[in-house]
Design a protein around this ligand. Structure first.
Ligand SMILES: Nc1ncnc2c1ncn2[C@@H]1O[C@H](COP(=O)(O)OP(=O)(O)OP(=O)(O)O)[C@@H](O)[C@H]1O
Ligand SMILES: [Mg+2]
Length: 314
């Protein structure tokens, strides 16, 4: 494991094998006197899907802007596919595609025209550009909207077009800033399927999201950005385990907590917990509580220390 991987979280997640696709080393950045990133260290392995989470204003888009050469950090080093984005920005730009929070499409052109335009600007011949346009429109279910002016597309269709545009030229690293914000559940899941497909084809995906369910469904690892650094780093499973264990919760008819007892979640463990409860609780309601990514987010992005879930009460 490279020393840049370590954070104050003592995360023991092994770095995926192979050279890293993305490396941040001691990256600090701010606006005026306001620090946003304060020595960010992060490494994303090749082929990994990495989700960066954080509260509004935590610095996720700033991180992406630095990674994609749009913003120079005050200090630190950033590499994409081994290329230093500060020293060789042109070369670095050839290693990634990015879909930002504000769609960079021409609203007066049609879906096909936008794809053709970008394909031609990327150096494809007219014939290659046309073939790529047809292929991407099919892949992202944009066929019915191929001749529609982008200004008339729904938000979901626009996000698909954003993704299609970022796939015009195959790249090693795909960077997505809140790719599914504003999408309905079906569109979101279709986009997840596309991201998973790209990942299975070997593309590294670095995304930010406000949807914890999205990070849970897609990400191999999650980083929680708080106070300019990664306050938490690990697989969804590891992070959930760090904020607490499974518990058996006992409540009275009015929903008041009577007891919350840790359990290993097995039939034997839960039976033992139930057997140990006060006989007076015989009519009480019992639920099994597992830490969710919501719990992880709240724990790691608060200014309090992360504490295990509370032990028996009452
Ligand atoms: N161009 C700018 N000038 C001044 N301050 C900025 C600028 N861009 C971002 N900031 C500030 O930097 C901080 C981080 O912003 P950033 O957009 O990176 O957050 P974010 O995590 O992406 O938030 P969100 O979840 O709302 O997208 C915020 O406090 C924001 O106000
Ligand atoms: Mg943002």
């Amino acid at each position: 494991m490279d020393s840049t991987m370590r954070t104050e979280t003592n995360c023991e997640t092994p770095t995926p094998p192979g050279p890293p696709a993305i490396e941040f080393t001691g990256v600090s950045a701010g606006f005026g006197r306001k620090p946003v990133l304060r020595g960010l260290d992060l490494m994303v392995g090749k082929g990994e899907v990495f989700a960066l989470l954080g509260a509004n204003g935590a610095g996720k888009t700033t991180t992406i802007n630095i990674l994609t050469t749009l913003l120079r950090p005050d200090s630190g080093r950033v590499r994409v596919s081994g290329v230093d984005v500060l020293e060789h920005p042109d070369e670095a730009r050839r290693c990634f595609a990015v879909t930002g929070q504000s769609a960079a499409v021409d609203h007066c052109l049609s879906t096909a025209e936008n794809l053709m335009l970008l394909a031609r600007l990327s150096g494809l011949s007219r014939r290659e550009a046309k073939a790529r346009t047809v292929q991407l429109a099919e892949r992202l279910s944009l066929g019915s909207f191929i001749d529609a002016r982008v200004g008339t597309l729904s938000g979901g269709m626009r996000r698909r077009l954003d993704l299609a545009l970022s796939l015009v030229v195959p790249v090693d690293v795909l960077i997505l800033d809140e790719p599914t914000t504003g999408l309905d559940t079906r569109s979101r899941r279709e986009l997840w399927a596309e991201v998973s497909q790209l990942s299975s084809e070997g593309t590294t995906v670095f995304l930010t999201t406000q949807y914890l369910e999205e990070a849970d469904a897609l990400a191999d690892r999650i980083g929680l950005l708080h106070d300019g650094r990664l306050a938490g780093l690990g697989t969804p499973h590891e992070l959930k385990a760090r904020v607490g264990e499974d518990t058996v919760a006992v409540r009275d008819r009015d929903g008041n907590a009577l007891a919350e007892v840790p359990t290993d979640g097995t039939v034997r463990g839960i039976s033992a917990v139930l057997g140990s409860l006060d006989p007076d609780y015989a009519e009480a309601a019992v639920t099994l509580h597992r830490p969710s990514l919501d719990d992880v987010f709240l724990s790691f992005t608060s200014n309090d220390e992360v504490r295990p879930r509370q032990k028996p009460v009452g």
